[in-house]
Design a protein around this ligand. Structure first.
Ligand SMILES: CC(C)(COP(=O)(O)OP(=O)(O)OC[C@H]1O[C@@H](n2cnc3c(N)ncnc32)[C@H](O)[C@@H]1OP(=O)(O)O)[C@@H](O)C(=O)NCCC(=O)NCCS
Length: 184
């Protein structure tokens, strides 16, 4: 089934909340990094989540400081979302080049492993090429998730920013360079 990537709109918010809510129980069940067992039983604060998503939805152009949110839709159902910006967080190494930063990418756990995450990265490569971007940056927990990013064209690189105490033992910085998406 083809996956369509498009900017999120307000009516997507229940699906966005649902997708996010599907992740923690899975992380807990699999003992993954960042799992929060205490939060499983907590009700979702729909009001504050809605405000957050609305803030991202309101950003409709690429911006160095503001993140935008896109959804992955399969057969009319929103099953994934990603949060991206044209600049990176202050604790990243400064790079004076056009860049895209992936702040989050999430697929509904009932649909993990179906290529929906890959489709979002693939779309991002095409967008990066269109924007004459030189690098796509991200960071993640080392291990299985890192291998997924690597499979999708990201290189694991050492942390070179200025934050003292960056958790190099458990986290890695990720970079995808133009040579990977020049033919996208
Ligand atoms: C990352 C993601 C979008 C990829 O979606 P996908 O293309 O459908 O791929 P999968 O769900 O099969 O995940 C790919 C691999 O990453 C692993 N993985 C995904 N999220 C992970 C996490 N937070 N921590 C550790 N491993 C994770 C999966 O277990 C899988 O590993 P495997 O191939 O060894 O089984 C999706 O797994 C997801 O939503 N993860 C939870 C949210 C998240 O952690 N996002 C990344 C933020 S940096």
């Amino acid at each position: 089934m083809p996956t369509t990537i498009r900017p999120a709109i307000s009516s997507d918010i229940p699906a966005l909340i649902d997708i996010s809510a599907s992740v923690n129980p899975w992380k807990v069940a699999c003992s993954l990094p960042g799992a929060e067992p205490d939060k499983i039983a907590q009700p979702i604060d729909v009001t504050s989540k809605t405000a957050l998503y609305e803030k991202w939805i309101a950003v409709t152009e690429w911006d160095e400081k503001k993140s935008r949110i896109f959804v992955a839709e399969v057969d009319g159902t929103v099953l994934g979302w990603m949060l991206v910006a044209a600049g990176c967080p202050g604790y990243f190494e400064v790079m004076d080049v056009k860049q895209i930063y992936v702040a989050n990418i999430t697929v509904h756990r009932a649909h993990g492993g179906q290529g929906i995450g890959d489709a979002m990265v693939s779309w991002l490569k095409t967008e990066a090429k269109r924007l004459d971007t030189e690098i796509i940056r991200a960071e993640c927990a080392k291990g299985r998730l890192e291998r997924w990013y690597n499979k999708n064209g990201f290189l694991s690189v050492p942390y070179r920013g200025t934050a003292a105490g960056y958790p190099n033992d458990v986290h890695t910085m990720l970079e995808m360079h133009t040579n990977v998406f020049k033919d996208a």
